[in-house]
Design a protein around this ligand. Structure first.
Ligand SMILES: [Zn+2]
Length: 449
């Protein structure tokens, strides 16, 4: 575009001013195709983005034999996405990058090298091992979603996100367990977590009435916060729909009175009770200023319902003025409903993260999702790894690595495209990268930098 053809809005005179106006206009108008220097912009941005310390919004940092790692277990028949199968050579690359793994596959006689190394780190005790894993990937702070925080996780670096679904299952759960193989695995774990909370609060049996049960819930949440909990997490999408109705307290009170000491509630009664208790949990989260995490995406298992897990189910709750003080964090980006998800974050107290999908899809696809998110509400999106051990060899260490490498390269590519398309400058791109990788989460959890 020649500057001579541009008419300045104001006639100041002078060739220099006309040229400046033309340059400014060229920058202000984004185009649909990237300029030819896209690769160079990407290389420059990635170099800077690698230096940004990460705040990881969701992980299960753990040794593989620690049953506190999650309130979930994968049913044996689950179908695994291509990238997460044992055959993915990226896991070998991860083990090489992190530990100098000397083999090119995970044949049992080779994987032994890695397993022994990790077992030795676990036996050594102390917090240095997991701190060093974070250091290798330039992760500064990491939320650990676990039943309890582990002694081998440094509380300065790993902050606890505790589970609350167990409060939804205080009654005889035979009908719940019998629904399908997944529920047969999940519900006994919920019962165990509830008993653990009762023990923690010195509650011997379920309280005599609903008021007592509500007090027990509120006390548990407050105590978990005192123990270092920075957020609470619902995995409810694995068990039921994320659409929660708003029943009257009297209904829940009557159901509690009827089934507290025994008897199997009907499906509808159980759901009504859960819908009410859910709202007690949110109310207490608001009072304690505890952000509320939701699994909102696809899930593992053979019977996971996409419809139940769709984050749009939560819209009535996210937009309810009674919970305007509650910060909601819809983790896993609502994948595959990522565009719906970013519009849910238009509400001022709603956030999302890129966990799970960051290793379900390859970086090119993650780039497309992040490009859309960044273009809409860049202050509401966070990096998260969902680091998780797949077996004794491929551990949370390798999935941390895969998620971090995928996210750093994907966000660099998304931003490089936007810069090359004329949307904004490289300087602005780095500012947006910092929001996603660190600053949005640091601000949400009150760690101003
Ligand atoms: Zn997770």
């Amino acid at each position: 575009m020649k500057s001579g053809k541009i008419k300045p809005f104001f006639h100041f005179g002078g060739a220099l001013l006309v040229t400046l106006a033309a340059t400014a206009m060229a920058q202000a108008q984004a185009g649909p195709l990237p300029s030819a220097d896209l690769q160079k912009i990407y290389d420059r941005l990635l170099k800077q983005i690698d230096r940004i310390p990460i705040y990881d919004n969701h992980s299960h940092a753990t040794f593989p034999d620690d049953s506190d790692m999650d309130a979930m277990a994968s049913p044996p028949e689950e179908s695994t996405v291509l990238r997460l199968r044992d055959t993915n050579p990226e896991f070998v690359a991860a083990a090489k990058a992190l530990f100098g793994y000397p083999y090119d596959d995970f044949k049992p006689e080779h994987a032994k090298w890695l397993i022994e190394r990790k077992k030795a780190a676990e036996a050594a005790g102390g917090t240095a091992y997991w701190d060093s894993i974070l250091d290798k990937m330039n992760i500064e702070t990491c939320l650990a979603n676990r039943v309890a925080l582990a002694p081998y996780l440094d509380p300065q670096r790993f902050h606890w996100v505790f589970f609350v679904d167990s409060f939804l299952f205080p009654f005889d759960n035979h009908n719940q367990i019998a629904k399908n193989g997944d529920m047969g695995v999940y519900i006994p774990i919920q019962e165990k977590v509830l008993r653990r909370y009762m023990k923690q609060e010195s509650v011997e049996a379920l309280p005599a009435d609903l008021a007592g049960y509500e007090a027990f819930i509120r006390r548990t949440l407050a105590d978990n916060q005192k123990k270092g909990g920075v957020a609470m997490k619902f995995e409810a999408a694995y068990f039921r729909t994320l659409f929660f109705r708003d029943p009257a307290r009297e209904k829940a009170e009557a159901i509690y009175a009827q089934f507290r000491a025994g008897g199997v509630p009907s499906e509808d009664d159980y759901r009504t009770f859960q819908d009410y208790v859910f709202r007690v949990l949110l109310d207490q989260a608001g009072k304690l200023n505890l952000p509320v995490h939701f699994h909102s995406a696809v899930g593992v298992g053979d019977y996971f319902s996409l419809r139940n897990g769709n984050p749009l189910n939560l819209e009535n709750v996210l937009r309810d003025p009674r919970y305007s003080k509650v910060n909601f964090v819809l983790i896993h980006g609502g994948y595959p409903y990522t565009l719906d998800m970013i519009w849910l974050t238009a509400a001022k107290n709603v956030y999302t993260d890129s966990s799970l999908m960051g290793y379900y899809v390859y970086p090119s696809e993650l780039k497309n999702i992040l490009k859309q998110w960044i273009s809409l509400f860049p202050e509401k999106i966070m990096f998260a790894s969902d680091a998780f051990p797949f077996n004794d060899a491929v551990g949370a260490e390798e999935t941390f690595w895969l998620a971090v490498r995928s996210a750093r390269t994907a966000v660099a590519a998304a931003l490089a495209e936007l810069v090359a398309e004329g949307a904004f400058t490289e300087e602005k791109a780095l500012e947006l990268a910092r929001l996603y990788l660190h600053d949005n989460a640091a601000k949400l959890y009150g760690e101003k930098k």
